[in-house]
Design a protein around this ligand. Structure first.
Ligand code: NI
Length: 396
């Protein structure tokens, strides 16, 4: 059996150089022109057939194995975040206000290294590997949809039709060495909501002739807390967070309106249904009982990422063989974070796994999206090896 850890380790210089270059030159969603250009050039240098501009700045590479077989899409996200980097690293961002604070620089670098490894083993592959370098995972960034959906609109799941997907995330909540491959739901579905309350403005000293939308807003924030604690079963998961609340202009004026926005996260479809129903009932009921009129808008951001049992089981087997010293974590309620790979996994069976990447001793343990976020680059070796080995196992 091929020693993929060894192969990934022997290419570590390449992976690290690419990762640090991407880190120094981060690009926001749908602006990954430089990053996508380098990806295309590196894939083309291997003789992999490349299509650019799939989902605006996305890049797709096709590697055909020597024997016929299914098509496996492997996805790596490329976008950075609007954060001012504060790591002090020698490879820190050179673009003010933009930072790779989620590890997508590492994902892109691993994707290119996986391409090198699989290209070397193409004689052993029965099937096609579709490398999917995705833009704008972190949000819509002014477009109608995010990167995964944008690539799907441009047909990334067809020509050739994709049979299975694999994807992964470096995970800084867990130490280097830890690996999670779970069946079922692994990332939450996300909705965003906005609430506009309209009361009746007036003098701060005469509340009795006003309808105070601030009091109504406060009651709504409090009442919404009962959804997760009283409507969702204790062993299920849900989050309802009010994250903005704006109202008022001066200390002696009762304002006319109050506006709130926030997010709802769930894994399970039946839990989602309950939460959305209760959300609407509570907001409307409390607003009306306080004498306010209310407009409620709830929009789906992403569905939950649900791993297919058979695909995940296969990747678990691969991981156990590849990392005999590691006990593979198979817990599936890991994070309420959302991930737009969910859209592809809604259409095609797939597995999304996690590679532990923190190192407390080296202070590389800040959370994702933190201005000091950085990870132990050894994790890139493990991620590269597991992705390569999983593809080989699935296209044998
Ligand atoms: Ni991320």
């Amino acid at each position: 059996m091929t020693d993929f850890m060894n192969e990934a380790r022997s290419l570590f210089n390449y992976t690290q150089t690419m990762r640090r270059d991407f880190h120094m030159h981060p690009e926001l969603g749908f602006h990954e022109v430089r990053t996508g250009g380098i990806v295309a050039k590196e894939l083309e240098a291997l003789g992999i057939e490349v299509t650019k501009g799939v989902g605006k700045t996305g890049v797709v590479g096709l590697l055909e194995g020597a024997k016929p077989g299914p098509t496996l899409l492997i996805r790596f996200d490329m976008d950075a975040l609007p954060i001012i980097e504060d790591t002090g690293a020698e490879y820190a961002s050179q673009t003010q206000g933009v930072m790779h604070a989620c590890g997508h620089d590492g994902h892109t670098a691993m994707g290119l290294t996986v391409a090198k490894i699989l290209h070397k083993h193409r004689e052993e592959l029965a099937g096609t590997v579709k490398f999917c370098f995705q833009p704008s995972e972190e949000g819509f960034n002014g477009e109608e949809v995010g990167g995964a959906e944008m690539m799907m609109r441009d047909g990334v799941l067809s020509g050739p039709n994709v049979d299975k997907t694999l994807s992964m995330h470096l995970w800084n909540e867990k130490p280097l060495g830890w690996v999670n491959v779970a069946r079922g739901p692994v990332m939450a579905g996300a909705e965003q909501f906005s609430i506009k309350l309209t009361g009746k403005g007036g003098h701060g000293a005469a509340p009795h002739v006003s309808v105070d939308p601030i009091v109504a807003a406060a009651q709504i924030v409090t009442a919404l807390q009962s959804i997760a604690s009283r409507n969702v079963a204790p062993l299920h998961a849900a989050v309802v967070s009010v994250t903005t609340l704006h109202s008022g202009t001066a200390f002696n004026i009762i304002p006319h309106t109050a506006e709130m926005t926030g997010t709802i996260r769930t894994f399970d479809l039946s839990v989602r249904k309950t939460v959305l129903e209760r959300f609407e009932q509570i907001v409307r009921g409390v607003a009306e009982s306080m004498g306010c009129t209310v407009e409620i808008k709830v929009e789906r951001v992403t569905p939950a990422v649900i791993n297919n049992d058979a695909v995940a089981t296969k990747v678990q087997d691969t991981a156990r063989r590849l990392f005999p010293e590691t006990e593979i974590d198979t817990a599936n309620y890991l994070t309420m974070g959302a991930e737009d790979m969910a859209f592809m996994q809604e259409k095609v069976d797939g597995c999304y796994f996690f590679i532990g990447s923190n190192n407390k001793e080296r202070h590389l343990d800040y959370g994702h999206h933190h201005p000091k976020f950085d990870f132990d680059e050894e994790a890139l070796i493990r991620g590269t090896a597991l992705m390569s080995a999983a593809v080989m196992d699935m296209l044998k």
